[in-house]
Design a protein around this ligand. Structure first.
Ligand code: NDP
Length: 506
């Protein structure tokens, strides 16, 4: 496997981790080495310290405490951010309440829409700055932040801006009402995009928001706060509190919050559901997943391999709907796995700001430890582990793309969310067996089906216990399309008209 840092890779691996011979690659691929193509970091100016965004202004935490956010690719400190505690949550919720009562709720939807359109346009105008900042703070490849995260975040604001003046005609009753103050807690895997998923529908529906980004990725949420200022959004309509899980818990538990929206782990989701029970707060939870990506023997193999790769290695596998379980029909399993191995030797791991990079850094030491521990458990339980030969950069948090074959349903790597670039391969013989294995999980967020038969796609999709089923593609997102899970993957839907329902009462 090639290394994006340009030190090691030939782009070619002949020997697998198991000592197995790999197919020879064409000569052109052997000799073709990419020159580094780094995106300039000068487009971003990162302040040495950031305050909380409350009532339209940046201010330090009441305690004066801060914490550092680091670049996971280099472990270099990027900035210090304010550490919000209970007093700051009080101030932000109070500002959001005042803005809700005095400004945002009484404002006609057509006027609210103008602000959302403005935010969307500013995101587009400043997209390069956002993309570089996201890659620095998160570790994801610039190609992904530039081509996926930022354009989709802008698209969400555009999409929901269009709904703001049409709520009375959207099937929510003649006079749907906003809920009030929304407390929104988001994870580190898509920091800006998750902020957009939360803020855009809430604001379009007339709610005001207090957003808590993840501890390890606060910077693009703070830049978005600056964009809110730039767009002239009335003070208090959007508030951003940086901090860790304690800040999140204080926000979720605050009596002034009417609506809770959370994306993150199932474990924390459970705690939130328990704390909100009986309070009358409306809750939506978007939690983990262990999706099956199912390949039938009639699937176009090259296309399926691309879908498998993007399904699990996109964003280093830090994706709740990642296709982390490959279910492949037994008759084509060897052929698919061979091609997959060959494809993995082409992936380039390294500098997230290099435009050639496919696999960036793992977001934190803690997440790297979790991936390492679960992968070791896979080996200990008897699955065969393989990674393309690959030199990891000396500094930062890195994990080579990893494939496990010989996985059985009872293995931890087939049951637990790894949230990293690790794929477990299982096989099946019949469509019914594929359905049974795919649904044998406590989660139910997403699934993928690869076959040339339309009738089989429909037959399978009807039987999958998953909120999203992709056919002959994977990881496709659109603001108009609802997204959400069954079982331990949470409840409620985000995106589309469904996403508005979570922020309105009839
Ligand atoms: P968490 O669920 O802990 O974090 C998600 C968000 O919730 C963060 O902003 C976090 O703050 C905050 N938070 C943490 N504890 C509480 C609490 N008690 N009340 C309210 N908010 C809280 O996920 P982790 O980052 O710890 O990741 C752990 C695992 O969760 C991953 O390995 C992965 O398997 C899964 N995960 C799934 C995601 C998904 O989209 N399905 C997203 C992220 C993680 P902070 O981070 O600042 O502590």
């Amino acid at each position: 496997m090639a290394s994006g840092k340009g030190k090691s890779g030939t782009g070619l691996a002949r020997q697998s981790g198991r000592g197995r011979s790999e197919p020879e690659l064409p000569q052109a691929a052997v000799s073709w080495e990419y020159a580094p193509a780094p995106e300039s970091r000068d487009v971003v100016s990162i302040a040495p310290e950031y305050g909380l965004f409350v009532d339209g202004e940046f201010r330090p935490a009441a305690s004066g405490k801060t914490f550092a956010t680091v670049d996971p690719a280099s472990e270099e400190r990027l900035s210090l951010v304010a550490d919000a505690a209970a007093a700051d949550v009080d101030a932000a919720v109070a500002a959001a309440r005042t803005a809700f009562d005095r400004v945002w709720r009484p404002m006609p939807g057509s006027e609210r829409a103008k602000y959302l359109f403005r935010v969307a346009r500013l995101l587009q105008e400043r997209s390069r700055e956002f993309a570089v900042l996201e890659s620095l703070d998160n570790g994801k490849p610039i190609r992904e932040s530039r081509d996926v995260d930022i354009p989709l975040a802008a698209a969400h604001f555009f999409y929901y801006a269009g709904w703001a003046d049409k709520l009375e005609h959207a099937g929510f009753g003649p006079a749907p009402r906003p809920l009030g103050v929304a407390g929104q807690v988001i994870p580190w895997n898509f920091p800006l995009l998750m902020a957009a998923w939360k803020l855009a529908p809430a604001l379009a529906a007339g709610n005001t928001c207090v957003l808590k980004p993840a501890e390890t990725t606060p910077l693009t949420a703070l830049l978005l706060a600056e964009v809110c200022q730039q767009a002239g959004l009335p003070p208090g309509v959007v508030n951003v509190l940086t901090g860790d899980g304690r800040t999140g818990a204080a926000l979720i538990g605050h009596p002034g919050v009417d609506k809770i929206a959370f994306t993150g782990s199932t474990e924390v989701g459970r705690q939130i559901a328990a704390s909100a029970a009986g309070t009358g707060k409306k809750v939506t939870l978007e939690l983990g997943g262990k999706a099956a990506n199912i390949v039938f023997d009639d699937a176009p193999v090259e296309q399926a391999v691309e879908g498998i790769v993007s399904g699990i290695f996109f964003n280093q596998g830090h994706v709740c709907c990642a296709g982390s379980r490959l279910l492949v029909q037994e008759s084509v399993a060897d052929a698919v796995v061979d091609r997959l191995r060959r494809r993995l030797t082409m992936l380039r791991l390294g500098d997230p700001l290099d435009k050639n990079t496919d696999i960036g850094a793992i977001n934190s030491r803690q997440q790297l430890d979790k991936i390492t521990e679960l992968s070791a458990a896979g080996e200990a339980e008897g699955a065969q582990r393989w990674s393309p030969p690959c030199r990891l950069p000396d500094k930062g948090y890195w994990f080579a793309p990893t494939l496990f074959t010989g996985v059985s349903q009872s293995h931890r790597i087939a049951r637990e969310e790894i949230f990293g670039p690790v794929l477990s391969v299982l096989t099946f013989r019949t469509p019914a067996e594929a359905v049974a294995k795919a649904n044998n999980t406590p989660y139910g967020l997403s699934a993928g089906i690869w076959t040339e038969k339309g009738s089989r796609i429909l037959w399978m999709a009807q039987r999958m216990r998953a909120g999203v089923v992709w056919a002959n593609t994977y990881n496709r997102f659109d603001p108009a399309s609802p997204f959400g899970g069954y079982q331990e993957s949470g409840y409620g839907r985000e995106g589309g008209r469904h996403g508005l329902a979570a922020y309105l009462s009839a």
